[in-house]
Design a protein around this ligand. Structure first.
Ligand code: DGY
Length: 328
């Protein structure tokens, strides 16, 4: 690995300020027209570079990594989630993987909270009514939704984003419940007055809103399986700004079709970017194009993280945001 000006391939268009700084520091190949890389282009990049900067649209599995050249030592992911990278295969080949945690916490939590308000209060339905010219005047029973205050919120995954959502939801008068691999420190639990459920099943059956904030790993694939979804109250709402694969989408759709769930807000999809057409027709479902962390401030901060990870690593130190395979 060269210690000065490593060759860096960036697979998607990043904010100009990030790309410019990268050009100052590294020998960079940019993707000006922002096309998603084909498998062949990823393989070529892995052959030619010291550092790859991929995003969640690049699938870097063991067979792709097998094509990596000897120079490749760092995959500095532009993004928090690393479920598109086979971490164990990377580690086995001596390749470090880093990500960009922290900097998208507040933006993602904002969007989760916005969706949590928008679905039960029928925000999109109301806005569509106006746009369609169907607003004929106020009436006492028009566009009635569900109140958020006083409702129970069950957070799945109480890491940085889950905790940021809890803080916001307290402000909206919700009671915070959570399921996590590890229980929070008592002072943090006290701060958001959270109730811990070791059993996800037990928590699901009692909540008014469920919000997903765990990473997608082999252990969380279809964590909300058909069996678990059926534990939810028919009056409950589901919010997912994490990863689509965590929910059995087919089971979710069939429950929504049968009125076994009050509604859902999905920023992510199991077969992204494909969206099941059945979801499009549902008035009690809000669909967003994976945009929960999409702020210019957040994207620039992510780029800063990537640059710091590359620079630190290439200077011979541990990348500050090194990611290890889940089993380690
Ligand atoms: C991430 O960084 O994993 C986010 O999903 C991107 O929005």
């Amino acid at each position: 690995m060269t210690r000065t000006r490593p060759t860096v391939v960036v697979t998607r268009k990043l904010p100009d300020v990030v790309e410019t700084r990268m050009m100052e520091l590294f020998d960079v190949r940019l993707n000006d027209n922002d096309h998603p890389f084909s498998a062949g282009e990823i393989a070529d990049a892995l052959q030619a570079c010291d550092v790859l900067v991929p995003t969640l649209t690049d699938h870097i599995d063991a067979s792709v990594l097998a094509k990596a050249g000897p120079r490749l030592k760092l995959i500095a992911n532009f993004g928090n989630g690393v479920d598109h990278i086979d971490l164990a295969a990377a580690q086995a080949r001596g390749i470090t993987v880093s990500n960009t945690p922290d900097v998208l916490t507040e933006d993602t939590a904002d969007m989760a909270m916005a969706l949590m308000v928008a679905v039960p209060r029928r925000l999109l339905e109301g806005a569509a009514l106006i746009r369609d010219g169907k607003f004929t005047g106020w009436s006492p029973t028009h566009m009635l939704g569900q109140r958020l205050s006083g409702k129970r919120l069950g957070i799945i995954g109480m890491g940085r984003i889950g905790t940021a959502v809890a803080r916001r939801a307290r402000g909206f008068g919700m009671a915070i419940h959570y399921h996590n691999r590890r229980r929070l420190r008592p002072e943090l639990e006290a701060e958001v007055e959270a109730t811990y459920w070791e059993s996800l099943d037990q928590m699901l059956a009692r909540m008014d809103v469920i919000s997903i904030h765990c990473p997608h790993t082999p252990a969380t694939f279809h964590l909300l399986s058909e069996r678990r979804l059926k534990l939810l109250k028919p009056t409950a709402y589901l919010v997912n700004v994490a990863r689509g694969e965590i929910v059995d989408e087919t089971a979710l759709i069939s429950m929504l079709e049968r009125g076994q769930l009050a509604g859902a807000a999905l920023d992510v999809f199991e077969h992204e970017p494909a969206v099941n057409p059945k979801l499009l027709a549902m008035p009690n479902v809000i669909l967003l194009p994976h945009m929960s962390s999409a702020t210019i401030e957040g994207r620039i901060a992510m780029g800063e993280r990537v640059i710091i990870n590359i620079k630190t690593f290439c200077d011979g130190h541990v990348a500050p945001n090194r990611v290890l395979p889940p089993s380690i």
